[in-house]
Design a protein around this ligand. Structure first.
Ligand code: E4P
Length: 238
């Protein structure tokens, strides 16, 4: 099996709930894990979140799958997180760094990690949020590159500062750069020191394709065929 969760170097996750796309890119050996959020699940037609999460977890096992809680209150987040984590051992629970009222959710993240449930603290848009998530013990810290750029800030600088700070103090948290909007965002995140980048399937296709590569390969195939024809001609003459 290639692309296992024990991959060395930078890991690549698929930001998708589409099973066909997940299988397609796993077959290419590129998928080290999967991330979802409620909007991705909804857009990909996965309305029964628990059932959908369990199915993705089965397909990608032993790689991790991140599934997000949908609550604002800490007790309800804990309840949902425990339910999700029970679905499969490779499910990681996403807890937002703050709720929609600006209240910190790191107590929830810390409690879940203490229980042995892996947490992805999500929706981080600034260094301070990512650093505090690491202090709370999160296994993963998700930095939303596209949304940082939406607000006119430098996503690469946030990723770089966080990666350097985590390494300097030896935090266990791993940065997942998400909210990837363009193929070029992948290069920027990789060079800024992302441990993991989570990419929508359509952008993985774009990252790999190149018009001139297609032309180059076409000429090689044509010349290879011409050479075979010459050999055949020579064989017939002798
Ligand atoms: C991944 O973990 C995030 O949920 C996702 O990449 C967010 O992307 P968006 O900003 O395009 O919604």
């Amino acid at each position: 099996m290639s692309g296992s969760s024990a991959a060395t170097g930078m890991e690549l996750f698929l930001d998708s709930a589409n099973i066909e796309e997940i299988k397609r890119w796993m077959d290419e050996g590129l998928v080290d894990g999967v991330t979802t959020n409620p909007s991705i699940m909804y857009a990909d037609g996965v309305y029964d979140v628990e059932r959908g999460a369990a199915r993705i977890a089965e397909v990608v096992h032993p790689r991790p799958v991140a599934v997000e809680v949908t609550a604002d209150e800490g007790g309800e987040m804990l309840r949902q997180a425990r339910t999700l984590a029970r679905l499969a051992e490779n499910i990681v629970v996403k807890i937002p760094v703050i709720n929609q009222f600006g209240e910190p959710c790191l107590r929830v993240a810390g409690a879940l990690e203490q229980e042995g449930i892996r947490v992805n603290v999500t929706a981080c848009l600034a260094f301070g949020q990512a650093a505090m998530a690491a202090k709370a013990g999160a296994t993963y810290v998700s930095i939303f590159s596209g949304r940082i750029s939406d607000e006119g800030h430098d996503a690469q600088a946030v990723v770089r500062a966080t990666a350097e700070w985590l390494a300097r103090w030896g935090y266990k948290s791993r940065i997942i750069v998400g909210s990837i909007r363009r193929a070029y965002d992948i290069q920027e995140a990789a060079l800024a020191g992302a441990h993991i980048i989570t990419v929508p399937p359509r952008l993985l296709g774009k990252l790999l394709d190149h018009r001139y590569t297609r032309d180059t390969v076409r000429v090689f195939v044509e010349d290879g065929r011409k050479a075979l024809a010459k050999m055949e001609e020579a064989r017939v003459r002798t």
